[in-house]
Design a protein around this ligand. Structure first.
Ligand SMILES: [Zn+2]
Ligand SMILES: [Zn+2]
Ligand SMILES: [Zn+2]
Ligand SMILES: [Zn+2]
Length: 454
């Protein structure tokens, strides 16, 4: 039951050598190797807002600073803010009548449904429109950042021109020679096409514009002394923002609760994963953010037998303990599995010796209907050795292994190989009739079965 409680108890060794929990691994069906998040290529597919589900290309997302233009987050707790409507009585002066009639007017403000924070708490006036009416906070530093950005933009442009010029200088001698003989004006046309001429003119123009911006930043050597009230008056924690509230709005970092301001919601990224070896996709989600389906989904959990610890056991140094491991077959074919010892030097993580069942173990295929059927025919067909097999249920088998720790304290960790059959269903797409070819895959597994009893 390790997966639900602690996914780090059973770790599979990825093809890159890292030990990863089973649920974080992928199986590349083209290389027949395990891949983990660290050894695959991550590609951003689309940016989308998790609240309004609007998706946009990355260039647009970059322009909007990776924030949704419509949705706002609560600055106090981070929940999404909701728009609330109220009626405000407005007096409309009428010249013809003596009395001034009042008419109701719909006004909108934002409120958090979780922590009850509202824009009225920080004296933001109610808006006349339901969405998009909230003014942006004006950042003083923008005046400083804008010319800097412009300066670096010019520098980048100059560098690009410089590169173009170098390319041109290399060919110039040939160009001049040809230009002298350019009876038909073909060279000038060619020059225009390669935009060399235009690049040179822009270079001379921009030369004057690229001036170093005066540095305005400096080292702060002394700070103003704290006001005396800090030492004398008790602090009201309800009026001061927490560190996470301040950092959520890192441009302004309000200290007082009155300085909080609704935050634009961060966009999320839908990404696909690609095997670095064969460049095939391992994970490819549907482009539409409304869809939770995947076009390609090669999680190891769907192909590789899942090993878990059935129940905790008590361990003592040099004492053999019976441990029950469960092995589940996720595939739709019966699977033969071998548990094999690791040859060679003992891994520094390993703290116990393990005795594994020697024979081949066949695990029934996954059949979703069989879970509800206890009197399955299949269960009676095989006679298991009761000293090795604890139980069999649908596509799961309980196996006894003998663990002998050789340390005094700490975790009891064992490692072994899992060799199992794998049917590559992609190979049979052309010929549906044939059974998919069987490949044997071998993975090394590290299992922390328990702790040494003190
Ligand atoms: Zn890896
Ligand atoms: Zn949104
Ligand atoms: Zn809130
Ligand atoms: Zn691959």
């Amino acid at each position: 039951m390790s997966t639900y409680i602690d996914i780090n108890l059973v770790k599979y060794v990825c093809s890159c050598g890292k030990k990863q929990p089973f649920c974080r691994l992928y199986l590349c069906r083209h290389c027949s190797e395990l891949r983990c998040v660290d050894c695959v290529q991550h590609e951003g597919d689309s940016h989308y807002c998790s609240h309004c589900l609007e998706n946009m290309p990355s260039a647009e997302a970059k322009m909007r600073k990776n924030r949704c233009s419509r949705c706002l987050d609560c600055p106090a707790c981070g929940n999404t803010l909701m728009t609330r409507a109220t009626n405000l009585m407005v007096t409309t002066p009428d010249a013809n009548k003596a009395s001034t009639p009042t008419t109701p007017k719909k006004m909108y403000y934002l409120a958090c449904g979780f922590c009850r924070w509202t824009t009225r708490d920080v004296a933001i006036p109610d808006q006349t429109v339901a969405s998009g009416g909230l003014p942006e906070q004006e950042n003083e530093a923008n005046k400083l950042i804008a010319p800097l950005l412009e300066h670096y933009h010019l520098l980048a442009q100059k560098e690009k021109t410089e590169k173009e010029r170098k390319k041109y200088v290399k060919r110039r001698s040939h160009m001049y020679y040809a230009a002298e003989k350019d009876k038909y004006g073909l060279i000038s046309v060619a020059m225009k096409k390669t935009s060399l001429a235009s690049a040179l003119t822009t270079h001379s123009l921009k030369e004057d514009e690229v001036k170093m911006v005066e540095p305005v930043a400096g080292t702060v050597t002394d700070f103003d002394a704290l006001p005396a009230s800090v030492y004398t008056e008790p602090l009201d924690v309800l009026t001061v923002t927490t560190m996470s509230q301040r950092l959520a709005n890192c441009e302004f970092q309000p200290v007082s609760m009155l300085g909080l301001y609704p935050l634009r919601k961060h966009l999320l990224l839908r990404k696909s994963l690609r095997c670095k070896e064969c460049e095939h996709n391992l994970i490819k989600p549907d482009y539409n953010p409304l869809s939770i389906k995947f076009k390609i989904q090669l999680n190891a959990i769907n192909f590789v037998p899942d090993i878990r610890i059935q129940s905790p056991a008590v361990f003592m140094k040099n004492k053999e303990t019976l441990v029950c491991l469960t092995v589940s077959n996720p595939s739709v074919y019966n699977m033969a599995v071998h548990l094999l010892p690791v040859e060679g030097a003992v891994d520094p993580l390993v703290t116990a010796k393990i005795d594994l069942p020697r024979q081949e173990i066949v695990i029934w295929k996954r059949d979703d209907a069989a879970i509800y059927d206890d009197t399955s025919q299949l269960q009676h067909e095989i006679r298991d050795d009761p000293s090795l097999v604890a139980f069999r249920k649908a596509n799961k088998i309980g196996l006894y292994v003998r663990v002998t720790p050789f340390v005094d304290t700490g975790d009891v960790t064992v490692n072994f190989h899992v060799k199992h059959e794998y049917r590559n269903t992609t190979a049979t797409i052309q010929s549906e009739v044939k059974e998919p070819p069987v490949v044997w895959l071998d993975h090394q597994v590290f299992v922390t079965v328990g702790k040494i009893q003190q």
